[in-house]
Design a binder for this molecule. Sequence first.
Ligand code: WT7
Length: 659
Amino acid sequence: MTDHHHEEAVEALLHENRRFAPSADFVATANVGPNVYAEAAADPEAWWAEQARTLEWATPFTSVLEWEPPFARWFSDGTLNASVNCLDRHVAAGRGEKVALHWVGEPEGEAADITYAELLERTCRAANALESLGVEAGDRVVIYMPMIPEAIVAMLACARIGAPHSVIFGGFSAEALADRITDADAQVIITADGGFRRGVASGLKVEVDAALTLCPAVTTSLVVRRTGQEVGWVEGRDLWWHDVVDPAAPTHEPKAFAAEHPLYIMYTSGTTAKPKGIFHTTGGYLTHTSTTHRLVFDIKPETDICWTSADIGWVTGHSYIVYGPLANGVTQVMYEGTPDAGGKDRWWRIIEDYKVTILYTAPTAIRTFMKWGAEFPAGHDLSSLRLLGSVGEPINPEAWMWYRKHIGGGRCPIVDTWWQTETGGIMITPLPGVTATKPGAAMVPFPGISAEIVDNDGDPVPDGHGGLLVITRPWPGMLRGIWGDPERYADTYWSKFDGMYFAGDGAKRDDDGDMWLLGRVDDVMNVSGHRLSTAEVEHALVGHPAVAEAAVVGAHDQITGQAIVAFVTLTASSELHGADDREIIASIRAHVAEAISPIAKPRQVILTPELPKTRSGKIMRRLLRDIAEHRALGDVTTLTDPTVVNMIDGLMAVHAEDD
Ligand code: WT7
């Protein structure tokens, strides 16, 4: 089920065997040398313990790992506070005046520099405010916000008082938000009136209001004023941030929590329609994110200006905007808006203005910039950049080379980092100054991480053969479970192979033993780096009154990596009414955006009188994917009615839809 286009590209590259050795500069100054791998491999637990000791512990740990598969506990008798590690200790060390965030608003000219001392003070006020609202350690708090500093303040305030946060991406609809609030059983939500995207003020509070009609357990919504738009107001439930947080006391005595105290829940798509609440705990996660941030990006805290372009609502924002970088005390850029707001050179202007040294982004963004043209970055001085990162999906070699040349000026190493919401932090990646990189390859497991590529029986496959990626030892940042569903946790990740974590990705090692990721092997799609399940979109589709049956596949797309293609049969009544196909398709697409998010809107909806099924009644997704990608059709012998396929193939041309 992996991406055919990508596999073909990988094949071509393996023949080329192009590689880029680290530059002498990097070799001389890198945070680690090549022996880090052997050191970590000799005793991974001891190596991770050494990394963990770079954090500030209230009670030092003596136990490193307790492993009762599939449940791991790291540093379990240690106690610490995540917000102290991200803020207080830097201020205490005399770095309070250092800028933590160069925040750049989407409207031109709107920006703010926030120091570590200020971020601490704002976090303390928010922590005091949350406590005054009755939030206690262990209570879940949902955060649904735009990319503004208050989002980080809210997360760190929750961490400070031991209340696990669950940040929901601001692009999710009211319905999706309600599902997640209910699953997390949260009583408090922090949000904003809205945010700026593409020059317009979009509404967030309005979605919250709709969601909360379905979530009677929520007692409080705390609202940041960002856009100034009119909002609905429920007395007794809704409170303005500036009325509650701003006047709260500026200091807050932090409590220490057990290393295994839950830090947050992050919802992500699995292979069923119900999203999974991946939960992470404190000590191991902070160890993993700060260590990978320091070594993968070769962080020099005194001089680096880091920019991770992800939204705070995804795990990349959690690990490489909030916890990793702030634990390491670096200065970051945080940008609110879209890449083309104020011109297609907005990012490059930001890099020039703030002298960004490290940029971490997604292949889909790089491909978009390629499409816009090299003249946009060329018009700016990007010479401050010294390292580039990629994450979220396999990066195609063309995009890798373009990134290297037009953004990195041919001198910046590129780290292609493979990881997942579940892994908490980076797992497979080059190390700058150590690894000779290959365009399109994530290369090797990070020190202290053990990964393998196996066949369906769990046996390692020889180099040069494709297989399934597994992680063979527990790691500090690993998910500790699926919120409220330990069985699903064991089932999804640990039941396919004994004692090994099943990632859901296909991978292959080349003759040098370097790893190439090949895409998902399950029914999870990757659209612009956003993870969506086919079942989730199908569930939304059949919720439309005109839809009888639906099957969804992820098809290759030039820009977004994969795109959603939906095959839909209509109910008899809707067919009888003879409504116009185009109208029905538009209404179906809008319905999916409404039920999940605009990111889940199918690129194409193909109306078909029937779906191809096997004799046992299973929808033949592989075939649909072949059709969606215009490939010669594979084996159709088990199909009940092969003519269905030819018919759909014919329909494809008619109903190609574009935004
Ligand atoms: C899935 C995880 C990791 C944070 C953002 C996405 C794909 C991620 C890469 C990469 C190839 C990648 C995998 C993975 N993926 N990074 N460098 N090369 N594939 O987190 O939403 O949990 O998605 O993204 O398929 O399983 P996520």
